[in-house]
Design a protein around this ligand. Sequence first.
Ligand SMILES: Cc1ncc(C[n+]2csc(CCOP(=O)(O)OP(=O)(O)O)c2C)c(N)n1
Ligand SMILES: [Mg+2]
Length: 353
Amino acid sequence: MKKQLIQILDEHGNCDEQQIADLNDQDIHKMYRMMVLTRLWNEKALSLQRQGRLGTLASVRGQEAANIGMALPLREGDWFVPAFREFGALFTLDLPLTDQFLYWGGYERGARIPDDKRILPTCITVGAHLCHAVGIAIAAKLKGEKSVVVSSSGDGSTSQGDFHESLNMAAVYKVPVVFIIQNNHWAISTPFEKQTATKTVAEKAAAYDIEGVRVDGNDVFAVYETIKKYVELARKDFKPSLIELVTYRMGDHTTADDATRYRDAAVVDEWLKKDPIERLKKFLLKKRNWTEEEDEKLVKKLTAEVEEAVKQYENTETPDPSSMFAYMYHDMPWHLREQLQEVEDLTKGGEIK
Ligand SMILES: Cc1ncc(C[n+]2csc(CCOP(=O)(O)OP(=O)(O)O)c2C)c(N)n1
Ligand SMILES: [Mg+2]
């Protein structure tokens, strides 16, 4: 039961503009700006990691259309429940660039979401947050709110029990959750076909009697329009849905990985031709009087924004090392008390800063 791929913008930047009639020039420029910003942030972060100035990073290169297109349909009061390869979506939802540097730099405060945002913290545990998404949606329905929960996770998460339990309960309770799967073809070094027998993620929706659709995840118009449609269906009729965004992880799994050891460079080159940013740029050049000069100016401006965020990140005061012992135990066990003492002695002696 292979699902058809929904596409609006092709690899050459052509599209049927009737399908994006709800988007004005400003909206499309925002999409482009956020995708370019996300790419620039990503490349800067990779470079900082290689210089020992950042911790492990899960690169989002190649998944910018999926990231930005999934965030834009959210409305005031809606919830976003991300995994760990969604920082482009977080930027689109106005989380600061600096906070993501702090997060991937290992600072606890980088995980803090501003109180006025309905966004859950990054979830590294594969699939676990999908249960939370359903719980929030059940609560919203009980409270009579009209809010929708949009979750995102990877293809690997669809092999976790949490994924199946979440879809099942969302369908049984009829709650407004849009389950987005960024199918980037890999779960670390495990290819999609080695972890599931179905040919698509979208067809798994049939098991829960909800709608499942398959979208070109490198086409920001198709991602946006499809997710918008299902977010509004969820809002109106409490209908959960499963949206598969077909994309490709252009980088390594994380900076701790080396994908050249397990995948074919020719396949990666094929996906390079489907680059989501190039595709939208071609559209803007052809259809919206965008020019190379304006493009260069934009890149310069966004690069400066990223550099400013790096400055703020690197000027952030390091936390007190003893704070790593806080918040876990009311009565700290003896072995941790010993370690805390050791840290305090070293801090006093100036050995740990
Ligand atoms: C429950 C659990 N098992 C294993 C891991 C280790 N792990 C981290 S990321 C990952 C692969 C995730 O693949 P996918 O869901 O496709 O997301 P992607 O990394 O491709 O964005 C695994 C197995 C984990 N974090 N959590
Ligand atoms: Mg994956």
